[in-house]
Each structure stands twice: as structure tokens, then as C-alpha cells.
Write a protein of this length. Sequence first.
Length: 138
Amino acid sequence: MYAGALGDNAVERYALFLTSLALSADPTERRTALQRAREHGLDVPRVAIVTAERTIERSLDNLPSSVKGSLPDLAKATLEPPEEAEILLVRSIEWTVVEEDTYDTALEQANVILRYLLCAYLLSFAMFYGADTCYALC
């Protein structure tokens, strides 16, 4: 249909549409929306990868606020709920676990996201306790 006739731009546009679903759609709705790309003649694995990439970009644009500011007193610290950007970042992996062709991308992106989150919090920890303590934990 129309989306299929747009060529490379169709994948990007459909991916941007899927990205706009953000956290408003549950995983089943997101999976269904991704599968509809096939009905429009689009390459579903490619759409999934582009959607995950755009979701990650969107999340990272909004994420730095979670690691800025003064460090909490760890003796009084409580586990705060994750920010929406952090949830969106982790859920971006969902786009790449729908099709078997994108499992390798899912693994790669999950690794990058996990490393990012660990480093963001490890840096905060290192600033509070000192780099030597941080290195000892690694």
C-alpha cells in the first residue's frame, strides 16, 4: 500500500510511528503494530531495528536527568522508581524480540543498554565512594 510505496522512507516513517507509541501501548499492542508493517509490504525485521534505535535515541535524550545532580546519601537512600526514559530505554528491546531475524540485534542492544545503565549508576557510586572502590567492584 502507501507505506510500502515509500521505499526506505517508509521504514523510517513507520518506525517513527511505532516509536510514538512509547509506553502508552502494552507489549501485545506493540507487537501487533509491528506485525502490521508486513501488511504494508515493509521488511518487519528492518522496521523493528529502526524502531528500537529511534526509541533508544529518544530515551537517551531524556535520560541524563536521572544521573545529574547531587548524589544521595546512601545511608538514607530509598529505591526510587525508574524514570519514564529509563523504562522506555529498557522496553526498546521489545521491538527486536518479535522476529527471529532480529534476535542478534536484541542481544546487542540489551548489552549496550545494560552497560549504559550500569555505568551511569557506577559512575555515581564512584563519585561518592571514590574510583578505587569502584574498580574493586568491577
